[in-house]
Each structure stands twice: as C-alpha cells, then as structure tokens.
Design a protein around this ligand. Structure first.
Ligand SMILES: NC(=O)c1ccc[n+]([C@@H]2O[C@H](COP(=O)([O-])OP(=O)(O)OC[C@H]3O[C@@H](n4cnc5c(N)ncnc54)[C@H](OP(=O)(O)O)[C@@H]3O)[C@@H](O)[C@H]2O)c1
Length: 288
C-alpha cells in the first residue's frame, strides 16, 4: 500500500497544529498542510489529490477540512465534493474547530446514561457549530430536542437548518434563553442538558441544575471558567451532581480524541468516505 497522504485544508492562515498532531497520531505518513484555503482555490488542490493515484491506490490519499470558520469549511467541503468525477474521488472529513468530533463525543457520553430514542434533551447555546450538531445528533437518534438562543429568531433558524438534515418526524424546537429563565417548566422536563455556549459564559447555575427533577445527565463543553453549567468541573466524567451525572469538556475529551483519530484512520478504508456529523457520530458510538 502506498504512503497514506492527508491534505489538511484549513481556512485559517496557519493550518491547525491540533489537527496536524491528531493526523500523525492516527497513522498518516505524509501530511500536506494548506492555509487560507477558499472555495475558489480548493479545486486544484482536490484535483491534485484525485488525479495522481489510480485504482485501489486512490484510497491512500484523503482530505481533512478544518479551520475556525465552520460555515466556510462547510462551503469548502461542498466545493471539494463538486470537484470529484464519479468514482475518481478521495475520502474526506470535516471537523472545523472540532465541531463534529466534540458534538459526537458529547452525545455518545449522554447515551451511556439513557435511551436517546425516548429522551428529552435541551441544548443550551445551541446556535453555534457545536450546539447545532449536538441537537442534530440527539434528534437523529430520536430524542425530543429543545435548542436555546438569546434570540428566538436565531434559534428557529438553527432548528430549520437542522430539520433540513433530518427525517420529517424529528422533534426539535427553539426557545429563547429569556423564556427559559421565566418559564421553568421547559427546564423541569429535561433529562439531558448539553451546554454548548461560547467559552467562559455560565448558562445555568448549579442551584438551578441540581433542582431539576428529571435530569439524568448534564454535559458542559465549555472549558474556560466560569463553567457553562455551574457545579460541573472541566474534568468531571460521569460525576454525580444532584441526582444526575455530569461531564465537563475534558471529561468528554478522551472520547473526542479517540473519535478524531479513528475517523482519520477510516478515511483510508476506501476512496469514497465522506465524514460529517452523522458519520463521525457513528464512529464515536463504536468507541463508546
Ligand atoms: N472540548 C473541545 O474539544 C471543544 C471543541 C470545540 C468547542 N468546544 C467548546 O464548545 C462550546 C461551543 O462551541 P461553539 O464553537 O459552537 O461556540 P460559539 O459558536 O462560540 O458559541 C455558541 C453559542 O453561544 C451563544 N453565546 C455567545 N456569547 C454568549 C454570551 N455572552 N452569553 C450567552 N450565550 C452566548 C451564541 O448563541 P446565541 O447568540 O444564539 O445566543 C453562540 O451561537 C464552546 O464553549 C467551545 O469552547 C470545546
């Protein structure tokens, strides 16, 4: 088998060192790193990857799309897909800003504690790249999902985007964070809380969290103090909090890292893998 080559295409000027280290730890032999990649500059890079090796050897070249601008990374993925010619293609993965691996690990962590197909879940700060994916994956597995935002319009727009990726009967609604504070009934009902707000912002106090009667698992993905969920430590991993268990960002980080490495390794199993949120979630499930 020829050397495993990974083209790391990043929309930041310096391609992420984090993604580079993970790629090498996942067994990549040659890492080709490109920064400032735009939709109009990606095509020749993709053609260079797909026209150089033929037949079965094509699966030894793959593409990773990253960068801090997740929307732009999604546009890069779409442009790269459009550059393929039928079976003349290479496998590709999107994990800009860690959005897919982080969301996948959080939802798998929640699934250790209850059956998602019957669960009621709330995603706090759900309009960001991680929150949207967490909500999508929960709903994908049948949970009833409430997504919060400081703006009901933004929340509804995020739900609309997520619905377009899901089956017709998926249950996902938006509420404004303000409503959440005044109407505790929405929170009282929840069995899963996953906080996906911006770094360093508390979205729910410890007092409110421990008072929730139906809560089974609380996950906070923010690693920057103060915690997104009061009372959850960044390294907590299934640590009791009230009658529930809590996970902090580092508490789900081990699974996130394993998922990232396994996803990169899986790119070389064939030349036609496309790994986005759901596919990466399926990989995370196999790790548990
Ligand atoms: N552990 C890991 O490996 C890892 C990897 C990636 C991300 N993360 C963490 O996961 C979390 C989510 O990441 P992300 O990139 O999706 O976050 P983000 O886009 O920065 O923020 C998510 C949402 O938080 C809300 N928000 C922003 N400022 C706020 C404020 N001052 N008060 C209340 N809400 C505010 C916004 O929603 P509205 O404006 O709609 O209210 C925003 O859409 C972050 O804490 C990030 O650090 C962890």
């Amino acid at each position: 088998m020829p050397a495993r080559i990974l083209l790391q295409l990043d929309n930041d000027s310096h391609p992420s060192s984090f993604d580079s280290v993970v790629a090498i730890d996942a067994g990549v032999d040659q890492l080709l790193r490109y920064g400032n990649v735009q939709t109009d500059s990606i095509i020749p890079l993709v053609h260079g990857a797909m026209f150089t090796r033929g037949g079965d050897d094509l699966r030894s070249t793959a593409i990773f799309i990253g960068g801090s601008n997740v929307k732009q990374a999604e546009a890069l993925m779409k442009a790269a897909k459009n550059a393929f010619f039928g079976p003349v293609r290479v496998s590709m993965m999107l994990d800009a800003n860690g959005c897919n691996t982080t969301a996948a690990a959080a939802v798998v962590a929640a699934s250790r504690h209850l059956n998602l197909s019957k669960a009621r879940a709330i995603v706090l700060g759900g309009t960001g790249p991680v929150g949207q994916r967490v909500a999508q994956l929960l709903a994908h597995d049948g949970a009833s999902v409430t997504l919060t935002s400081r703006s009901l319009d933004r929340g509804e727009q995020a739900c609309e985007e997520i619905r377009s990726k899901l089956q017709q009967d998926s249950r996902i609604v938006a509420v404004s964070s303000e409503t959440l504070q005044s109407d505790s009934a929405v929170l009282q009902d929840q069995e899963i809380i996953i906080a996906c707000g911006a770094a360093g912002v508390e979205l729910l106090s410890e007092q409110s969290l421990v008072a929730l009667p139906n809560l089974c698992v609380a996950i906070d993905l923010n690693a920057v103090p103060p915690a997104g969920l009061g009372g959850i430590g960044v390294t907590d991993k299934a640590k009791p909090i009230g009658a529930a268990v809590g996970y902090g960002a580092i508490g789900v980080g081990g699974l996130k890292m394993k998922t990232h490495r396994a996803a990169i390794a899986s790119l070389y199993e064939s030349n036609d893998r496309l790994l986005d949120a759901v596919e990466i979630y399926e990989i995370a499930k196999t790790i548990g």
